[in-house]
Design a protein around this ligand. Sequence first.
Ligand SMILES: NC(=O)c1ccc[n+]([C@@H]2O[C@H](COP(=O)([O-])OP(=O)(O)OC[C@H]3O[C@@H](n4cnc5c(N)ncnc54)[C@H](OP(=O)(O)O)[C@@H]3O)[C@@H](O)[C@H]2O)c1
Length: 264
Amino acid sequence: MARPATPADGIAWVTGASSGIGEALVHRLVSQGWRVAVTARRAEALTALAQAHPGQVAVFAADVSDTAAMAQTLSAIERDFGPIALAVLNAGVYLPVDSRRPDPELFRRTFDVNLMGVVNGLAPLIPAMLGRGRGHVLIISSATGFGGMPTAAAYGASKAALINMAESLRIELEPLGLRVQVATPGFVETPAQDDNGFPKPFMISAQRAAQYLTYGLTSGAVELSFPRRFTWMLKALYALPKRLYIPLVRKQTGWDGDHPDWPK
Ligand SMILES: NC(=O)c1ccc[n+]([C@@H]2O[C@H](COP(=O)([O-])OP(=O)(O)OC[C@H]3O[C@@H](n4cnc5c(N)ncnc54)[C@H](OP(=O)(O)O)[C@@H]3O)[C@@H](O)[C@H]2O)c1
């Protein structure tokens, strides 16, 4: 059966490592003895990260939404740096949607990065891991994937898709030796945090999020949900009948008439 990957099994690969949660996670994985391949579009930010950990971090810049580039990236990582034992597919974007004027382009870009970016990593990765009979994949979703939130019509839908997809993968791949986990963080203070004016209860630092993730990687949990008080409250909210939770979310987010974006 699948077990957590260790640095003795190979290297780690983190996408979306040029800032925020991904960058903090790389520092933490290195401190635990991992050698880490890092991917994102901003090569200069990745290079700075690699310079902070000479020999431990290697840069493989790529756009996760490009299927061919991701296949090439995976080959290059495994050829030049080592077999991937642990992959953290973390790259993501939050593009707020104004539901009064749904913009297909915003949905397309969101799904290209958040969903297809993960699929583009999994496509070459899973056969390689199956060939070795082991591997560990962590997909970064979001607590926004639990249910609808204002402005998150595209983001939340893409993150809900990841939660569902991760469960399918876990069902099928665990008996073959691959461990699949999905993370559903609450609010984390990073450049991705938009300025939507919502309250952001229980917001944690990227460093704290990285701690939760590395702890979760060694656990058997399917879903790494944190900070727990917030994500469990959200789960309880979404377990309510829909006719109750919709007005509750509207009230909690200030989307009940006072919000600056609310139609006058
Ligand atoms: N912050 C939160 O409150 C929160 C909560 C739950 C889940 N999350 C999730 O956590 C993950 C990391 O987000 P973050 O908060 O740390 O935000 P962030 O600092 O903006 O990091 C996003 C990362 O994704 C990379 N990325 C974006 N588009 C990419 C593309 N097309 N190709 C390759 N890399 C791309 C960015 O790198 P480049 O721009 O250099 O490409 C960056 O490294 C995301 O999946 C996000 O949805 C965040």
